[in-house]
Design a protein around this ligand. Structure first.
Ligand SMILES: CC(=O)N[C@H](C=O)[C@@H](O)[C@H](O)[C@H](O)COP(=O)(O)O
Length: 255
């Protein structure tokens, strides 16, 4: 498929995020994501989102759907994960079969002290055929990412950054609605979409497509939602904290 054909194939569709980390109880040998991706295709998903060249490659070899690839890297000099921090990470995802490259595209600084979004022009230059998926937190960062040439923007990081810590009841519908009005590239909803109605709401607000992860591919989190409620929300257990905790030192550790 050409770049334009891939972009069009996502319109109005469901993208399923299939990711596991070694510490996840469902990780097994790292191939659970392939089973997840097969299930996503069977169910009618239009694309897969996955983390790391290894998981992208495994899915690419088994499932004929476009893949949005990202690489979550934790530097021991930083207190957070960066999604696809460098051009080398982007190239490895491309080599693995991802035709859409997702990256953090905010004003937050990366491990080298430059805003993460500065990678957009570099990807455009080095991988001109790649479709760029900008993961942002705020409307302002969505606007900047679009200006730099992102093909898609998504509020993936809304609620996960200092600037958006005020978002206590995701999904970030208000923010995404504003993004849809503010940028002239397609906005894809991503983050805390837990049921078909929320996906529909996102399309109604103007989104081009919807990414769903945990509600489909993290069954342990789904179980937790049930047990938390059945146990009357124990003080020391909060599903949002669980998801945030999950953002800790994962994937590859690089200095
Ligand atoms: C913030 C972050 O690191 N998000 C990651 C990005 O790839 C994934 O862990 C999420 O599962 C994905 O964004 C989909 O969101 P949700 O799982 O809420 O449907």
């Amino acid at each position: 498929m050409t770049k334009q054909e891939i972009i069009e194939s996502l319109k109005g569709g469901l993208i399923v995020s299939c990711q596991t980390e070694p510490k996840d109880c469902i990780h097994e040998d790292g191939r659970t994501v392939v089973t997840m991706a097969k299930a996503a295709k069977w169910g009618g998903a239009v694309a897969i989102r996955s983390n790391s060249p290894e998981q992208v490659k495994a899915i690419h070899e088994a499932v004929d759907l476009p893949i949005i690839g990202l690489d979550k890297i934790y530097y021991d000099t930083m207190d957070r994960v960066i999604m696809t921090p460098t051009i080398e990470h982007a190239k490895a995802l491309w080599e693995a079969g991802a035709r859409i490259i997702a990256l953090e595209a905010t004003d937050q600084l990366n491990h080298l002290g430059v805003p993460t979004r500065n990678l957009i022009p570099e990807i455009k230059k080095e991988l001109p055929e790649a479709i760029i998926f900008a993961d942002v937190d705020t409307v302002e960062n969505a606007i900047e990412a679009a200006k730099l040439g992102a093909d898609f923007v998504a509020p993936t990081l809304a609620g996960y950054t200092k600037a958006t810590a005020y978002i206590t009841e995701p999904p970030a519908y208000r923010e995404v609605a504003e993004m849809c009005r503010a940028v002239d590239v397609p906005v894809i909803m991503e983050g805390h979409v837990y049921d078909p109605e929320s996906a529909m709401k996102s399309l109604y607000l103007g989104c081009y497509a919807v990414v769903v992860g945990s509600a489909i591919t993290r069954p342990h989190f789904i179980v937790k939602r049930f047990t938390d409620l059945l146990n009357k929300f124990p003080k020391d257990s909060n599903w949002r904290d669980d998801e945030r905790a999950w953002q800790g030192p994962i994937t590859k550790l690089e200095k």
